[in-house]
Design a protein around this ligand. Structure first.
Ligand code: FES
Length: 345
């Protein structure tokens, strides 16, 4: 067995050396280093840039499907998720796009201001929380309708490209403030008649019925956009049968049926009031601006904290029973089951 282990160990080392250009630079089991190979401005208002990311050694990258995202650890330590918007068939590059949000959590500004060609960063994934099942290939639907709001085009673009490649019956409504604010506009319009571009400055604010005008029975609708847009579409589709609705928001969902509670930050003794319509993360960020968070939707685990006293009301499906028993809580969505929560912060 010792001889066998030595032989296998030596074989793996040699094989890794020989093939090192094809081995992604792993920094832990599911992390990898990526390098920015290209940086481009993608919207005429210059608020959206795209980055093409590659393995530093030029190796193949893990495969992905439309709807997938990367978890990026930025040089400051912030973690953020970005949808992959390139071509899944290209195994040597990932493309992401980032809208600059000056009053956001600082992640997009950091990317715009500091990441240039040659910058390296740590990534995890790709992971997919917005799976795409094409009609005839896993979905009983017969046709597709995509709706994208501004930067929400990023997960939709690879879906539309795949639908076109599979010769499916599909349409896309692309909406935003103005044509200047829409990233990848030329790329999207290259699909021709399938695409309708409607902007607030030319057509007024979008109405959910108008965004769903192309939807008939046996359709699947895929939408990525602001919370208000998705909320309006959910209302309309509640009345309709035989339509699948898949969506991804790019901001925190509204708090539903919230009750006010207090959180105590154990290390300082500070007590903060969380109103019924806000999240604990939202309130804690005001006094701890450096607190880690990312998705604000309860799936990335970045905001996990330990509860030292009190009973949380878990409002996510990400933590396992063991995590909860250890006292973990995702403060971007979960709340108190009653009374004050003391957090290990
Ligand atoms: S910020 Fe992603 S789970 Fe809370």
């Amino acid at each position: 067995m010792r001889f066998y282990e030595k032989f296998v160990g030596a074989y793996i080392k040699t094989s890794t050396l020989i093939n090192r250009r094809d081995v992604v630079s792993k920094v832990s089991d599911d992390s990898m280093t990526l390098v920015v190979r290209e940086r481009r401005v993608e919207a005429h208002d210059e608020n959206v840039i795209s980055l093409v990311l590659v393995d530093p050694g030029g190796g193949e990258l893990p495969a992905w499907r439309p709807g997938a995202h990367l978890d990026l650890r930025l040089p400051s330590g912030r973690q953020r998720q970005y949808s992959l918007c390139g071509d899944p068939a290209d195994r040597r590059t990932y493309r992401i796009a980032v809208r600059r949000i000056p009053d956001g959590g600082g992640g997009s500004v950091e990317i715009h201001d500091t990441l240039t060609v040659g910058s390296a960063l740590i990534a995890r994934g790709p992971r997919n929380g917005f799976g795409f099942a094409a009609p005839g290939f896993g979905s009983p639907s017969e046709r597709l309708h995509f709706v994208a709001g501004g930067i929400g085009i990023t997960p939709i673009l690879p879906m539309a490209r795949l639908a076109e490649r599979l010769k499916l019956d599909w349409t896309l409504t692309y909406t935003g403030r103005s044509r200047d604010s829409l990233p990848f506009l030329e790329e999207v319009e290259s699909f021709g008649d399938r695409v309708t571009v409607r902007t607030d400055d030319e057509h007024g604010l979008p109405d959910a019925k108008e965004l769903l005008a192309d939807v008939r029975e046996h359709s699947a609708v895929y939408c990525c956009g602001p919370v208000s847009m998705i909320g309006g579409m959910l209302e309309v589709l509640r009345e309709v049968t035989d339509v699948e609705f898949h969506y991804e928001r790019f901001s925190a969902p509204p708090v539903v049926d919230g009750v006010a509670f207090e959180v105590e930050l154990a290390k300082t003794g500070e007590v903060l009031e969380v109103p019924a319509d806000r999240t604990a993360l939202d309130v804690i960020r005001k006094s701890r601006p450096d607190i880690a968070y990312s998705c604000q939707q309860g799936f990335c685990r970045t905001c996990v904290v330990h509860v030292l006293a009190g009973t949380p009301q878990h409002r996510e499906v990400t933590l396992l029973d063991e995590d909860r028993e250890r006292g973990e809580m995702l403060i971007c969505v979960s709340r108190s089951a009653g009374g004050r929560l003391t957090l290990d912060l």
